[in-house]
Write a protein that binds this ligand. Structure first.
Ligand code: UDP
Length: 484
């Protein structure tokens, strides 16, 4: 479809609006580039907080300049720059986006300032599923077609979609710790595998009126109410869950793994690589360190851009890694590294063990790391981007989910796709050590065979004629039709 360039008259203009977090901005940038390659004019709107960091730490501006009609725009999230946006403050942040950003967005779309001279109007909005509530209202009021993009797995969308059923049948709220290992019965297709501890983290509340639980339940329903739903997954991976979702949202576009989809399309155009699309400063020195490590000898450890570890958890992980006697590359973001620096009293044996076999970095070029021949395993929080990146690299995982969709993803990684081991809710040095040894040695063969199978399916889906490839063609056709 990339040769379907502007068939008649003016090309469509699509407004892309991600939820303001690294894990959402990245797949949205991949989508932006895929659309640009297909001749669609794109306006990429992010909050000032994201926009400024993206321009500072990535090459997106110069990279996207090459695409005709591409525009970067910024909008306020209603909070001062130094205001926390994560953790306990996340609901405040969410509310501010709804109230302040929602109003500004409506004015910006209506005034034509998100378009170009050639075409002031936006012909289609692709909004983050997490922002479905207010973006759907704006699209309806302004009579602009809207498609939602959920950057998380289909299995977690389906679990969140089912929250109202779980409330209705009395399975939520969870009655207590003793129920965490019991099976949930109210989610079609997940009976017999999903335990209460595998539900999205928002379900871990004692009162179903909890505002975050309520918002998640509402927006997940809303995101099936647009003209279509884009997912960064592929049919072969999540087919059973996708078919359940399709009974509520018939027009779905599973087009992932998007980072690979994009890479393959860029390679055809002989463009070497996509933009670096990180809002954090990336330390590439770890690649030099990896270059000097033996094949498949390193376990890569990262818990993504949002989750944090307490000092106790960090020390347990540290012991587990050092005692495993395996080489490790560990991302410790500066925002939780500080705790360790301040905590002093880090046992000498940990520092020694790290000097011998480890490498610590503030933020890595993760896709490159996972594709590196020295990497043999990934201890991950199972954010969906990380999970997809690991799938494509064929690297078996140790799952340590922290929040949101991660609990569901890790269940599917370990119990359904069998490409990793789930360490959910445990942070004990002995367990970490055992898990590392299992993934790197004891259970390596079975995990690598399954991971390799899944990797092949992923690559096939985004290759010419594959399911994600064809779903993307259909998305482009539909966007062009909205322009007629
Ligand atoms: N990432 C990275 N360097 C790091 C850690 C993470 O580039 O040191 C990227 C990673 O490749 C992924 C994204 O950050 O694309 C994190 O998204 P994910 O959905 O995995 O998790 P989240 O950060 O939303 O929890």
């Amino acid at each position: 479809m990339e040769n379907k360039q502007v068939p008649h008259g003016r090309p469509p203009r699509v407004l892309l609006f991600p939820f303001p977090e690294q894990g959402h901005v990245k797949p949205f940038l991949n989508l932006a580039e895929l659309l640009s390659l297909a001749g669609v004019h794109v306006t990429f709107l992010s909050t000032h907080f994201i926009h400024d960091r993206l321009l500072l730490h990535s090459n997106v501006q110069s990279h996207f300049e090459t695409y005709t009609g591409f525009i970067f725009k910024a909008i306020s999230d209603g909070l001062p720059d130094n205001h926390p946006r994560l953790g306990e403050k996340s609901f405040e942040f969410f509310k501010s986006l709804h109230v302040v950003t929602g109003k500004l967005l409506k004015d910006m779309v209506a005034s034509g300032e998100l378009g170009s001279d050639l075409r002031p109007s936006v012909t289609c909005i692709i909004a983050d599923g997490a922002l479905a509530e207010f973006t759907n209202n704006i699209a309806t009021e302004l009579k602009i077609p809207i498609i939602f993009f959920q950057v998380v797995s289909a299995c977690s969308v389906w679990a969140s979609f089912s929250i109202p059923n779980l409330i209705e049948n009395g399975e939520l709220p969870i009655r207590g710790k003793e129920d965490m290992n019991k099976l949930v019965s109210g989610i079609p297709g997940m009976e017999g595998i999903l335990r209460f501890r595998d539900l999205p983290s928002f379900c871990r509340v004692s009162d179903v009126r909890n505002p975050i639980l309520q918002v998640v339940a509402r927006v997940t329903r809303q995101c099936t109410q647009g003209q279509g739903l884009i997912l960064n997954t592929f049919e072969e991976l999540e087919e059973p869950v996708l078919s359940h979702l399709r009974t509520h949202c018939p027009n779905m576009y599973p087009i992932g793994p998007m980072h690979t989809h994009l890479k393959l399309k860029l390679a055809k155009k002989e463009v070497s690589s996509p933009s670096s699309n990180s809002i954090f400063e990336t330390d590439k020195n770890c690649i030099t360190w990896l270059d000097s490590q033996p094949l498949k000898s390193v376990i890569y450890v990262s818990i993504g851009s949002v989750a944090v570890m307490t000092r106790d958890e960090l020390v347990e992980f540290w012991y587990g890694l050092v005692n495993s006697k395996k080489r490790f590359l560990w991302v410790i973001r500066p925002d939780f590294y500080k705790e360790v620096e301040d905590g002093k009293n880090v046992p000498e044996e940990l520092l020694e063990g790290t000097k011998k076999r480890g490498y610590v970095v503030g933020w890595s070029p993760q896709e490159e790391v996972l594709e590196h021949p020295a990497v043999g395993g990934f201890l991950t929080q199972n954010g969906w981007n990380s999970t997809m990146e690991s799938v494509v690299a064929g690297v078996p995982m140790i799952c340590w989910p922290r929040l949101a969709d991660q609990q569901v993803n890790s269940l599917y990684v370990s119990e359904v796709w069998k490409i990793g081991l789930d360490m959910k809710d445990v942070s004990d040095r002995k367990v970490v050590e055992k898990m590392v040894n299992d993934v790197m040695v004891e259970r390596r063969e079975e995990l690598v065979i399954a991971a390799d199978e899944t990797r092949k399916l992923a690559i096939k889906s985004v290759s010419e004629g594959g399911t994600s490839y064809c779903n993307f063609d259909r998305l482009i056709e539909d966007i062009y039709k909205m322009n007629e």
